[in-house]
Design a protein around this ligand. Structure first.
Ligand code: GRF
Length: 198
């Protein structure tokens, strides 16, 4: 039986697309992306989902844990993937899906994480720090932003002359490999587990 996965997005959804591509090969039945959830009706990820015939739902109140749980239970979701989802997941959902919610963050946590550290700000902070490398992290979600146990990281070089945009593009390409790898391993093992770094 495929693992039933919900993917939560706030924006463009390129990580969602990478997941669709990773798990839509004929004969590959590891993962069923059974629901895409968003806090924003205009999130590009919703359109990607609808284009593939996958239920795409907008949370009426992203802070309402009961609404989340109703939707996740209705679709019999086993794993929740935050792929560019920017709001806090309600504590009730974290408790009910303990160790079954993962997030992808565009830096090497625990550095450059926490509330307000998202998008360009992350990459600008990495460049300002003078770090020679950056990367991405997939971690379990707990009650704090970007603090749950790390499952996997991928490293990329910071190149001379990098801008937040050029660094973001390099990191995003790494995310598109790392996140599907963690989800595939979660499906194989029945729950998210640490992965050797790529
Ligand atoms: C990614 O960099 C992800 O790490 C961060 O938000 C971005 C989402 O990009 N949390 P996309 O919507 O998947 O294209």
């Amino acid at each position: 039986m495929p693992m039933r996965v919900a993917v939560c997005v706030s924006g463009g959804g390129s990580n969602l697309e990478a997941l669709f591509e990773a798990f839509s090969k004929p004969g590959d039945t590891a993962v069923d992306i059974a629901l895409v959830l968003s806090d924003r009706a205009g999130a590009g990820g919703l359109a990607r989902a609808r284009g593939r015939g996958v239920p795409a739902e907008v949370l009426e109140d992203p802070a309402d844990g009961a609404e989340w749980l109703r939707r996740l239970q209705h679709h019999r979701i086993e794993l929740v993937v935050l792929a560019g989802y920017l709001k806090r997941v309600p504590a009730q959902v974290v408790a009910e899906f303990r160790d079954r919610i993962i997030n992808v963050h565009p830096a090497l946590l625990p550095a450059f994480g926490g509330e307000g550290m998202y998008g360009k700000r992350v990459h600008a902070a990495v460049l300002a720090s003078g770090a020679r490398e950056s990367g991405c992290t997939v971690h379990l979600v707990d009650e704090e932003y970007d603090r749950g146990p790390v499952l996997a990281q991928a490293r990329v070089a910071v190149e001379p002359g990098d801008t937040p945009d050029s660094l973001a593009a390099r990191v995003l390409a790494a995310e598109h490999l790392l996140l599907p790898a963690v989800v595939r391993e979660a499906a194989r093992r029945g729950r998210p587990v640490p992965l050797r770094s790529l």
